[in-house]
Design a protein around this ligand. Structure first.
Ligand SMILES: *Cc1c(COP(=O)(O)O)cnc(C)c1O
Length: 359
């Protein structure tokens, strides 16, 4: 049954072990972020045995699913909690990232009802402009507020995130701001913070360069462990030990034909309201695959494994390839393989039309 997504558990485990050991050697513990593959329990179960300290996800539904699957780990919620999910938060999550006193007070109330404690990491926005408190004085005051006024909500640490919305590069200067404010908070509360979390996969670049500020003791790693593509393709830091092909997409050819490379007739908009552009390369051999944007959204983030194949585009249910320069004799019924980037991984793992096969 095709299309299918082949998930190589051995490779993922090796990736996870490598990242844990690498970070350990720099005195950093790891929260593995599993939202990128929709927290498939079989995969998370394996990752949870890699020596990482936490399993993290931005969606509480994923964490609930993992708890129900008896995954043995501490769970961290990455997205600032909604007021409407506080009950589940206290019930299922050990640690959450936060930035609003209003929300913290609601968590405290729910903790009193459930008679449970909840750990929070206060987020500091050093410039990427997604979540977090922007002014350092406000961060310090919020930390002190938790420490002094809340009983069941514990100030576990502080953290920051860069590179996700604004695309800001982690540097020893901006992550250094987190270190500086951590020192100030520790002086004021008279104890060490458990966690000072210095970012996501992109922050691995600071570890590689040995430029990570010393007090940072945690990173939240998703892509760099699962695929390792961004560090190599975008940042120019190839960690050779990381398998980039733990997820392989396999789809079936349903049509092979010679066709012109430029559509015939007056061109208007495609299925998604975009006006497409074409160059005329003459008659070319093409293959049509039974999978489409409904499954992976981004055609240009699939990487064909066969040489000489070019992705031309797709519609919701078709992927169109130029196979003119491919040495293989591709036929109807053949299965073609693709490596995938983060975007397609996110959608493919969530598509009910794509079978998941573990190897
Ligand atoms: C998604 C996310 C991460 C992990 O990002 P990767 O680039 O996949 O490592 C870390 N922290 C937060 C807050 C996130 O939302």
């Amino acid at each position: 049954m095709y299309p299918l997504l082949e998930i190589n558990l051995g490779k993922i485990y090796q990736n996870a072990r490598y990242i844990v050991k690498f970070c350990e050697s720099k005195n950093i513990d790891v929260a593995f972020v599993v939202k990128g593959f929709n927290a498939i329990p079989e995969v998370v179960n394996l990752i949870s045995q890699s020596g990482c300290k936490y399993i993290a996800d931005s969606r509480i539904e994923h964490i609930k699913k993992l708890v129900k699957n008896n995954i043995n780990s501490k769970f961290m919620l990455l997205r600032i909690p909604m007021l409407s999910e506080i009950k589940d938060l206290v019930k299922y999550v050990n640690i959450s990232l936060n930035s609003e006193i209003k929300t913290l007070i609601e968590i405290e109330k729910e903790c009193l009802i459930q008679n449970k404690e909840h750990n929070v990491i206060l987020m500091y926005d050093v410039g990427d402009l997604r979540e977090g408190i922007f002014e350092d004085e406000e961060l310090i005051q919020t930390a002190l507020y938790i420490e002094k006024n809340l009983k069941k909500v514990k100030l576990y640490g502080i953290g920051t995130n860069v590179g996700c919305y604004g695309g800001v590069v982690p540097t020893k200067e901006n992550i250094g701001k987190l270190e500086k404010v951590a020192i100030q908070i520790e002086e004021k509360i008279g104890r060490k913070l458990n966690i000072i979390s210095g970012g996501a996969t992109t922050s691995l670049t600071l570890l590689i360069k040995d430029e990570m500020p010393k007090k940072i003791n945690n990173l939240r790693i998703g892509e760099g462990m699962i695929l390792g593509r961004d560090l190599k393709d975008l940042w120019g830091y190839d960690i050779k030990e990381i398998h980039k092909d733990a997820f392989i997409l396999k789809a079936q050819v349903v049509e092979v034909k010679q066709k012109p490379s430029k559509p015939i007739g007056k061109l208007f908009v495609d299925a998604f309201g975009k006006i497409p552009e074409f160059k005329d390369y003459g008659i070319r051999k093409r293959a049509l695959l039974a999978i489409g944007k409904a499954d992976f959204v981004f055609c240009d983030q699939l990487i064909p494994r066969l040489q000489g194949i070019k992705i031309l585009g797709g519609s919701s249910d078709h992927l169109i390839l130029d196979i003119n320069d491919c040495k293989e004799d591709i036929q109807v019924g053949d299965i073609l393989e693709f490596e995938i980037c983060y975007g397609p991984m996110l959608y493919l793992t969530n598509s009910s039309c794509v079978r998941k096969v573990f190897v």
